[in-house]
Design a protein around this ligand. Sequence first.
Ligand code: ADP
Ligand code: ASP
Ligand code: MG
Length: 412
Amino acid sequence: MALYVQKFGGTSVGSIERIKKVAERVGRFRKEGHDVVVVLSAMSGETNRLIALAKEIHEEPSPREMDMLVSTGEQVTIALLAMALEQAGIPATSYTGAQAGIITDQSYSKARIKKIDTDGIKQDLKQGRVVVVAGFQGVDEEGNITTLGRGGSDTTGVALAAALNADECQIYTDVDGVYTADPRICAKARRLEQITVEEMLELASLGSKVLQIRSVEFAGKYKVPLRVLSSFEENEGPGTLIVADDEESLSMEEPLISGIAHNTNEAKLTVLGAPDIPGVAAKILGPIGDANIEVDMIVQNVSPDGKSTDFSFTVGRGDYKKAYTLLEGVVAEMGAGKVVGDTAIAKVSLVGVGMRSHAGVASLMFKTLAAAGINIRMVSTSEIKISVVMDENFTELAVRTLHTAFGLDKAE
Ligand code: ADP
Ligand code: ASP
Ligand code: MG
């Protein structure tokens, strides 16, 4: 008999009806004789609701209190599921992150799991109980509640699966696997039977929110068999298996592109007319880094006179205002340049390990976008991805036309 860690996301526990369905599914696995540890998210929309409440009180609430607040959503669902399981005659116990022994560092809102003490969970499992753990949260060494970043319940699931040496970590969500593009905007997207850790990491970091990037990192590092499945279908089907990167798992005919990701959560900042001399990039990005703002793409142009340059970069939209203010300070100090910003941008990326051995991906991408009348504003590449920044209005058109151009559409 197997040990499964089953994580259910927000929409999968979004109502009492859905929670009862989760109890039924877990009951089915128990009847087959498997041990089950369940990890839950808050009801869909709940974490956003809590964040909005805090903002009504304070523009920049204390990180500690913020984590205290947003961690409560998961406490509701775990208790309700434990009740639903008991109601169905299945012994179950719910645990907060702290009770489940999930110890993190102290980086509120983006804490990293340091260790998990699984003794309590193991004892419960031995007694035939289902263990229901609150996702997204842990506790630091001093007993403060911490959270793992948006979408962090995925990471709780995979980390628990690693610590318990589970046979599989199953991520149940509102789609039946990982697709070649977000199926909500690309109707022709196809479900992938499997995808490598490396590609999934890239897709996740480029905006495919189906798995939190940390959860994929954990799965790669600790070799956790990880599968994405639908909680909305009676029979869950095979879903998508995230497989290790070793060569054997790759088929001989690796497709050029495995998937397309899009991200509409970034903003672009440009310093126009910065002096074109050594040290300027450091001057511009120094204060941004000091403020812990993550910079994604960077582009520097040389202007014809060789004296001044335009310097652009992207940051998360949440950091835009802060970054803008910091840049105004930099420009004032340099005594040159002007800050302009744009929040209505999107980044669309092609991902595929097959790109390594094939040329021509960029040119086909640019040709396709040009034919669709989409202007490219920034580009960045790596061995297995190409990202372009464009106006946000073009996101869906870009994803769909690229999906067709690269032969990813499902058969009619
Ligand atoms: P949960 O609440 O279960 O954690 P999320 O909303 O975080 O669910 O993630 C599932 C969503 O991810 C899907 O509804 C889908 O719109 C989106 N998504 C983005 N890219 C992809 C992709 N390549 N494959 C599948 N889903 C994707
Ligand atoms: N409830 C948290 C969020 O909305 C964590 C999660 O759902 O994974 O980000
Ligand atoms: Mg999620």
